[in-house]
Design a protein around this ligand. Sequence first.
Ligand code: NAD
Length: 364
Amino acid sequence: MLIHADPLTRLVDTIFQRRGCPADEADRIAGFLVAANLAGHDSHGVIRVPRYVQYIDDGKITPGGDIDVVTRSESFVLVDGCFGFGQTVGPKAARLGMDMARDNGVGVVALRNAGHLGRIGDYPLRAAAEGLVSVHFVNVAGSCLVAPFGGIDRRFSTAPFAVGIPSEDGPPIILDFATSVVAEGKALVAYNGGKPLPDDSLVGPDGEISGDPLLLYGADASGGAPNPRNGPGALRAMGDHKGSGLALMCELLAGAFTGSGCAGPEVRQVANGMLSFYLSVGAFDDGHGVGAMVRDYVDFVKASRPTEPGGEVLVPGEPERRREAERRRDGIPLSDAAWAAILETARGVGLDQAEIDSIVGANN
Ligand code: NAD
């Protein structure tokens, strides 16, 4: 099915308000999730709604949470997210870093124990809009899904990495990816009947390479939410030894350095750690014109002749902007299973069909 961003945002917002989130938090959760769908990252979009509500039901996430500043100086801060919603504690922590960068040229933020932060690319996008370069190393404590290069057994989370660079008179360059071949959410999308996975995404218990999401979730979800702990296999680290090395750095910097904890076999609360560096372009630019150099160099890169006739060289951030323009116009595609799970969650928090219809609207 296709649904437009506004009615989908209203429905998700209402679900979280009904489940005990303050209105501003419910707005933010809905805004971040739908923005991920608009950007084409369905893995980090509204498909997460049932799982987030389950986190509240299980007492794993506190609605209306706040950050706790553990230690700080003029240019760095260590922040505990106290298992609040990532969409609340993440932006609060980022605000501290961006303000430090504006005032001192640089702001470093070590965030621990954040609820799921969603699409990390939102952070460099927001920073770039304020004239800041940013670099983000992220891990997921309590989630051990990815086999290292040369290994079968799970050792890493999907540990995403993101960088954003503002350009002059043009959109920012936003690189944002999981260090696994695919993000876990993309496996969830495939498990739910959406886009299939590349056939080198997973490794089975005997070392066989596969694209079968059951290797992550197991064959029997027993009617409950699919659990990526249950499968006999693992996701694979991207980019052979290089991607596997980057995943290790994300675990060490976002997990060990922040104190959030690295991926491991113990069953503990799932939480994102994130080490972010914010740099003010204005503070570093001594007149050499960073923005113009970025713009000119990006033009040079894009002018590389395409390998395929009619092809085009894109830079990071471009596919998401194009997808957003399409989806704002045509609507966001959701698989039947994902939509059914959202409706079931809506009913579970007390919305009846008439309310759902009035929120979503006949033509949405
Ligand atoms: P992906 O494989 O789709 O890669 C996305 C990146 O590659 C973007 O920067 C995009 O602009 C760029 N890109 C894509 N096609 C391109 C092309 N043709 N030319 C140039 N650049 C191109 O992303 P992914 O690994 O599936 O990650 C999806 C999302 O999952 C990300 O937003 C990530 O932050 C998120 N994630 C979050 C967590 C978490 O714990 N919060 C964990 C893992 C992943």
